[in-house]
Design a protein around this ligand. Structure first.
Ligand code: AMP
Ligand code: MG
Ligand code: MG
Length: 308
């Protein structure tokens, strides 16, 4: 007799359905035409109606099903009654059929921390660069990112009317990552993807020292990890504070599940326990292959400027 799915696999299966609903909300807000933009800390740090609605949708849907989880969302929102229409109760059956890696089979709900970025790439969302946008749900256990779901609401939006709009990528360490075709940048090519909205001298100095063949400036941490796993970029380099734990948790899992590596700019693993500070103060360095090439070229001056 097949055993019933573990807490982790039930959570991932629910997060998949919840992320799909999030994608529909992100598209609906654009279609309705009123983004309701608010500046948070500065003009490049924005929140829209979609960030707010999706955070309520994800956090409330997860909390109803898994009341003992710790859930940390990006947006600071006042408590309010939740519109039933925002609740997603489904779970993706394909995920429930997958085996849970044995090291995670005894995990209890209260041991898991979920990091939620309801809309990653908000600046680009407000500028119409819609395929830069992702919804990120990352799951951590004992401080380590172990499972994650990424919805890309506008995947294929320029591919013509027949193309299916939007997709969901998911992964669990020890099981794999699914929902995309793994591809590598041709050997010997160094293509760096980095921020377009949060550049700084340190970011530029670090990239220059890596002597890239090309530099892609795009929005979103989730989007940049998708570029790594789909062979569009060979390294994600962000030598600056600014990126937070909810930006990196889910993307890190997808990358690690296919053999890549994500660290801070010093080479330290990121920690995701609930007490950790939210800011990734020492930046981000991520690759699918060839991590050492990039890590060995981070200038000492850049390292000295970025204290973990
Ligand atoms: P980017 O590569 O600029 O799209 O940044 C990736 C993620 O980190 C996004 O969620 C950004 O909002 C966030 N981020 C990076 N730098 C900053 C910053 N200086 N201020 C606020 N958020 C930032
Ligand atoms: Mg983000
Ligand atoms: Mg966000």
């Amino acid at each position: 007799m097949a055993s019933s799915p573990t807490v982790l696999m039930r959570l991932v299966a629910s997060a998949y359905s919840i992320a799909q609903k999030a994608g529909t909300i992100v598209r609906r807000v654009i279609a309705e035409g009123d983004l309701g933009i608010i500046e948070k800390t500065c003009a490049t740090d924005l929140q829209t109606k979609a960030d707010r609605l999706v955070q309520v949708s994800i956090c409330s849907s997860l909390a109803r099903k898994f009341p003992k989880l710790t859930i940390i969302g990006e947006e600071d929102l006042p408590p309010e009654d939740v519109d039933q229409e925002l609740i997603e109760d489904g779970q993706w059956e394909e995920i429930l059929k997958q085996p849970c890696p044995s090291q995670y089979s005894a995990i209890k709900e209260e041991d898991l921390v979920v990091w939620v970025d309801p809309l990653d790439g908000t600046k680009e969302y407000t500028e119409g660069l819609l395929d830069n946008v992702t919804v990120l749900i990352g799951i951590a256990y004992e401080g380590k990112a172990i499972a994650g779901v990424i919805n890309q609401p506008y995947y294929n939006y320029q591919a013509g009317p027949e193309a299916v709009l939007g997709r969901t990528i998911w992964g669990v360490l020890g099981l794999g990552a699914f929902g995309f075709q793994l591809k590598e940048v041709p050997a010997g090519k160094h293509i760096i993807t980095t921020t377009r909205s949060h550049n700084s001298q340190l970011v530029t100095d670090c990239i220059t020292a890596m002597n890239p063949d090309d530099v892609l400036r795009v929005g979103g941490a989730g989007n940049k990890i998708i570029q790594l796993i789909e062979g569009k970029a060979s390294a994600y380099v962000f030598a600056s504070p600014g990126c937070k734990k909810w930006d990196t948790c889910a993307p890190e899992v997808i990358l690690h599940a296919v053999g890549g590596k994500l660290t801070d700019i010093h080479g330290n693993a990121l920690q995701y326990n609930k007490e950790v500070k939210h800011m990734n103060s020492a930046g981000v360095l991520a690759t699918l292959r060839n991590y050492d090439y990039y890590a060995s070229r981070v200038p000492q001056s850049v390292k000295n400027a970025l204290v973990p």
